[in-house]
Design a protein. Structure first.
Length: 500
């Protein structure tokens, strides 16, 4: 279909350009910005072509690139995508392009290296979402730590060392357990291909061990309660673009891993433990919403909000286990809801962290009490921020409503209590979102001692683009449903196969 290996291009082009930028410290801020903009634009165009060429009428893997990598261990360089992967590839390329636009007006020391690390991160994310050899997946998955560690550690805030070490230790611990599980499965299957793991006959005890090991590895990345505490520290210390890529894409790697590994491989154990996992998700949704409301730091508030909203993702995934036996239709709705929530949260969280970064440039404070009356001086910015806060609250007509609605609908198929508790989040998210908007955007500010100025043109482009897509996916989510339907059906079929 393509005259070139499209998935390898999506992975290695940004990594190659990023390495050049990191190695070239003296090429100038303007040139490095131009190179980054062009590279991310090319990757976005290729991702759109991938989406347009993807046949969503079938759910099987497409655009396959496969050849022997390490023959002695039966490890392949194996890339492919289905609808789930394509949606996340599109999100990754779009967010990175917006980061490049936003960063064009930012002034950082050694900016070429700063932008280079984001390009490397983009390529590694593309690899994570398209690798179907488990060792290749693990290498991309684990390598994500390196550029983000450097971005926060070099360009972060005052407590960046503490935040980066905590982030690294949490995620690395989970990854070790995941590697042990992959090696165990490969020994049984005599293959490292992920889909070969789906056909294994495992004992219940083996499934329990594997589910817990994968759950810790991917749950830390989501992050699930109670292994979420690294996230607020990482967000607070990260530069604006670091917070954006962390919230909008990197958290999705955990949910993606659960869908690829947990659902088809640990079916019986998942059914046995599904209620407990749903309760953990509900704790994240409800309890962490109260924690978010209590925050006085804007970044921490949105960081805890991310934990709460990602609770809908894990809930949608574990509802599949809960509903497979008696209501597979509701199970499919829950899984589609989890995927839509991942894409929606990626857009909305990116927008809110961009908004906080824009205000921080003027006031030099992330505290709510130090930012007030913004709407008097930045009306266009304030209009867009109010829109994103409404979307974060699950306002109908925005993408924030669609994913949560699907998960709540699915949960009602399992238990009225699950649905009722999940629906409470609509009130709770509105509470902390409106608190932030009321205190920051409105109020008397005659002196403007913070020096608020209306958005720059590149910032308006970034926020305006996000407004369009949050609205578009809220009003016409069929574009996502059509992309995901067949792939979700295949996942459900794999789970049924695991039960046979």
């Amino acid at each position: 279909m393509f005259d070139y290996p499209i998935l390898s291009t999506l992975i290695w082009l940004p990594i190659f350009v990023g390495l050049i930028l990191v190695a070239s410290n003296d090429i100038g801020k303007s040139l490095s910005t131009t190179i980054t903009l062009l590279t991310t634009l090319i990757i976005l165009i290729i991702s759109i072509k991938l989406f347009q060429s993807y046949d969503h009428s079938v759910g099987n893997l497409q655009f396959i690139e496969k050849f022997v990598w390490i023959s002695g261990l039966n490890i392949f360089y194996y890339l492919a995508v289905d609808g789930i992967s394509v949606s996340l590839v599109l999100l990754t390329s779009f967010i990175n392009f917006l980061i490049a636009i936003y960063a064009s007006s930012e002034d950082y020391n050694n900016k070429s290296s700063y932008l280079g690390y984001f390009l490397i991160l983009e390529g590694l994310l593309m690899g994570t979402f398209s690798a179907f050899d488990s060792i290749l997946f693990y290498i991309f998955f684990e390598s994500l730590l390196i550029p983000l560690f450097l971005i926060i550690g070099i360009w972060g805030g005052e407590n960046r060392k503490y935040a980066t070490i905590k982030f690294f230790l949490y995620t690395f611990f989970g990854s070790v357990l995941m590697l042990i599980s992959i090696i165990y499965l490969a020994n049984l299957a005599d293959s490292f291909a992920i889909e070969d793991f789906y056909y294994l006959t495992l004992s219940f005890e083996e499934e329990i061990f594997l589910l817990l090991a994968f759950l810790i590895g991917f749950g830390i990345k989501v992050p699930m309660w109670p292994v979420h505490t690294w996230l607020p520290d990482a967000h607070v210390e990260a530069p604006t673009s670091g917070s954006v890529i962390l919230a909008s894409v990197l958290l999705k790697v955990g949910g993606y891993g659960m869908i690829r590994f947990l659902l088809p491989i640990t079916t019986e154990a998942g059914i046995y433990l599904s209620d407990y996992m749903i309760y953990l998700s509900l704790i994240a949704i409800i309890y962490i919403s109260f924690v978010a409301f209590a925050q006085e730091d804007m970044k921490k508030l949105i960081a805890y909000s991310s934990v709460a909203h990602m609770g809908f993702v894990t809930m949608g995934i574990f509802l599949v286990f809960n509903l497979m036996g008696n209501n597979p239709t509701a199970a499919a709705i829950g899984l589609e809801g989890a995927m839509v929530q991942m894409i929606s949260h990626g857009l909305i969280s990116a927008a809110l962290f961009f908004c906080i970064g824009i205000m921080y440039k003027h006031s030099h404070s992330r505290l709510i009490k130090d930012n007030f009356g913004v709407a008097q001086f930045m009306p266009i910015f304030s209009f867009m921020m109010v829109f994103f806060l409404m979307a974060n609250s699950g306002l109908p007509g925005t993408s924030g409503f669609v994913g949560e609605f699907l998960v709540i609908t699915s949960s009602l198929g399992s238990s009225f209590l699950f649905g009722f508790l999940a629906a409470l989040s609509l009130i709770l998210s509105a509470s902390y979102s409106l608190k932030l908007g009321k205190n920051v955007l409105f109020g008397d500010n005659q002196k403007n001692s913070q020096g608020y100025l209306e958005c720059k043109s590149n910032e308006k482009i970034v926020l305006g683009s996000l407004v369009i897509f949050v609205l578009y996916l809220g009003i016409s989510p069929d574009v996502l449903f059509n992309l995901l339907d067949k792939s979700v059906s295949d996942i459900i079929s794999s789970i049924s196969l695991g039960r046979a």
